[in-house]
Design a protein around this ligand. Structure first.
Ligand SMILES: [Zn+2]
Ligand SMILES: [Zn+2]
Length: 212
């Protein structure tokens, strides 16, 4: 299938988090993945491009991935999807941010539960949810098979992997998640991580020092 979905990355916040705006080339429907900060910039981009925001998908709820959530939801009534095991991190985002010396307004946004294998569809934007715990218990990677890409959140980075020293982290589980759920995707699959530049499954199989 042709690329019918545009992926626009935004680097936001002090931890340089990658928020991704997915939009259908045919219908102007859009999904925001991990709106970590800078709500006004994200809302401005939606308006400027006449995109209709249909959903927000969260890979996980660490504060650097959810900082713009409350402001966006206050502006656009849109459903927010999150794995239930990451709900405590959303509820306590301000407390975790404080541990990093950052101030953060509490997030009180209702979420719809995601589960492993669930298929999400917004027009041409079709993603399968891959439960990939290890960095966070309720971590989900979104696999858009048609588009040959995966939004990997904080599981797999170019040449690195997610940290596992935060509460709920588990190194062995993260490696297992990456090996079973992400490295088994077609090698040409483009990997869009939660931090840093994109890569491919094939490149990481060949050269990621944490996986070789
Ligand atoms: Zn994280
Ligand atoms: Zn992160």
């Amino acid at each position: 299938m042709d690329e019918t979905v545009t992926v626009q990355p935004f680097i936001v916040g002090p931890l340089m988090e990658n928020c991704y705006l997915l939009s259908s080339k045919s219908s102007q429907q859009a999904v925001l993945v991990d709106p970590g900060e800078d709500a006004s910039r994200l809302l401005g981009t939606l308006a400027k491009n006449r995109l209709t925001l249909e959903a927000i998908w969260l890979t996980h709820a660490h504060f650097d991935h959810v900082g713009a959530l409350a402001e966006i939801v206050a502006s656009i009534d849109v459903p927010v999807y999150l794995h239930p095991q990451d709900k405590p991190w959303l509820a306590n985002a301000a407390i975790f941010a404080a541990q990093f010396g950052l101030s953060f307004a509490p997030v009180t946004v209702e979420t719809i539960d995601l589960r492993d294998g669930q298929v999400l569809q917004i027009g041409d934007i079709v993603a399968t949810c891959l439960h990939t715990p290890g960095h966070a218990p309720g971590h989900i990677a979104f696999h858009l098979a048609d588009q040959k890409l995966v939004l990997a959140g904080d599981t797999l980075f170019r040449g690195s992997i997610g940290r596992t020293d935060l509460p709920g982290g588990n190194h062995d589980l993260l490696i297992e998640s990456i090996r079973k759920k992400i490295l088994t995707l077609p090698q040409e699959t483009r990997v869009y991580p939660g931090h840093g530049p994109d890569t491919t499954v094939g490149i990481e199989i060949q050269s990621n020092p944490f996986l070789c």
